[in-house]
Design a protein around this ligand. Structure first.
Ligand code: GLU
Length: 415
């Protein structure tokens, strides 16, 4: 099977949108490339006394609409090109959601599953010591991503505040509540995804209370499984997979019990009443809604023909390859592209930044209402653009996003 370079895929998406928008060459060249990139090494002391030198990145793709914004991943397969692609997708994501932010992404090549809590803390602090002059509430604001979490942000914020000698909670988002995090942030990515599924089902006349499945039962996948039933008023969770296996029950599984089982045992395997299935099969079930919530390239030309969901909501970043996209489009599957489907996370990060700036903290209901509004508007902007032009929703989303960022670049006189 063809393997993809995510950055080339991301660049091709920008080029396609720019073509439809008749963008000039200079604007396209600007949007194809990150405005700034940092690659650095982090010597980190391990618990056994050895020092390991980890490779790390921060890519700031675009600042035209506001401070760059995006997560930091700790992952063994990280590459500069993956981070470049993901940084660009953050620019498009914040623009689709119409947030006053740019896009960035960071990564450390390491395997957190094999590291202790103290080793992770030393890695997080080393990352900030290397990068601190180039981040900040008005410059670039990191958040958690794959294998990082609010605790990682707490260490990073503490390191930043120690270096700068100021209280600056707005330097990181998705922090623990006790350190200036926002109510509702942790579930915001999943909540935003379910809100756009609600809008998609309404727009396409699909009953959202049919069967659904989660590919990647990690933190976002678990929350989406629970919120799906809460927000849509029903639906049967028939399958879920994680990196160690998959479970299936045609009668439906209780998502809260499945999450508790995973928290207790470390995987979905062996959940009572379910049968084990091949994780690949989860993507091929007859479903109303499928949520790919793991890593890149899960839906590819090898399995796209067999995908039978009516709505595919991309909670993960980049889960569908370009060739698979064409297959899904031809089959009439309603794809809610990642830069729209998972924009709820960064939308709530923006609300956290607003609260950090003002020092005025809101209740959960206020955050959820703003988030719902942002996601609903974003869905209809994208759906409208793709309907009008008869194009794949991913291109529709890129069209909306690229037009907004290009306009900001032009107004600044950059191009
Ligand atoms: N890492 C999340 C994403 O990919 C959130 C980014 C943020 O809140 O800055 O959208």
């Amino acid at each position: 099977m063809q393997s993809y370079n995510s950055f080339e895929v991301a660049q091709a998406q920008v080029t396609a949108a720019a073509k439809l928008l008749n963008l000039d060459r200079a604007t396209l060249d600007l949007l194809l490339w990150p405005q700034r990139e940092f690659t650095f090494t982090l010597p980190v002391r391990m618990d056994n006394g050895e020092t390991r030198v980890l490779h790390a990145y921060r890519v700031q793709h675009n600042f035209a609409r506001g401070p760059a914004k995006g997560g930091i991943r700790f992952h063994p397969d990280e590459t500069l090109d993956t981070i470049r692609a993901l940084a660009g997708w953050m620019t498009w994501k914040t623009a689709v959601a119409n947030l006053p932010l740019g896009g960035s992404k960071g990564g450390v090549v390491c395997d957190p599953r094999k590291m202790s809590e103290r080793e992770l803390e030393r890695t997080a602090r080393a990352y900030v010591r290397a990068l601190w002059p180039h981040i900040g509430a008005d410059r670039d604001v990191p958040a958690p991503d794959v294998y990082t979490n609010p605790q990682t942000m707490a260490w990073m914020m503490d390191e930043y505040e120690t270096i700068t000698n100021r209280h600056q909670p707005g330097v990181m988002s998705n922090k623990p509540l006790a350190l200036g995090g926002s109510e509702g942030r942790r579930s915001a990515t999943a909540r935003g995804g379910v809100v756009v599924v609600r809008e998609a089902c309404r727009a396409c006349g699909i009953d959202p209370r049919g069967d659904y499945a989660i590919q990647g039962f990690g933190s976002n996948g678990q929350r989406a499984a629970i919120l799906h039933q809460e927000i849509l008023g029903g639906g049967r969770l028939v399958a879920a997979s994680d990196s160690s296996g998959a479970v299936y029950n045609p009668e439906g599984m209780n998502p809260i019990e499945l999450r508790n089982h995973k928290l207790r045992t470390g995987s979905v395997n062996g959940f009572s009443g379910s049968e084990p299935i091949d994780p690949a099969e989860v993507l091929e079930l007859d479903l109303a809604v499928l949520y790919p919530a793991a890593l890149e390239n899960a839906v590819n030309v090898g399995n796209a023909e067999r995908v039978r969901a009516r709505v595919l909501c991309e909670l993960a970043n980049g889960p569908t390859t370009p060739q698979a996209d064409q297959v899904l489009f031809a089959k009439g599957i309603h794809v809610i592209p990642d830069i729209l489907a998972n924009a709820g996370g960064v939308a709530a990060s923006h609300l956290e930044m607003v609260q950090n700036r003002s020092g005025d903290y809101w209740g959960e209901a206020a955050v959820f209402a703003r988030l719902d509004d942002t996601m609903t508007r974003a869905y209809h902007a994208v759906h409208g653009a793709s309907r009008e032009r008869g194009i794949h929703p991913r291109l529709g989303a890129m069209l909306v996003a690229v037009a907004r960022v290009a306009q900001a670049c032009k107004l600044r006189g950059w191009v």
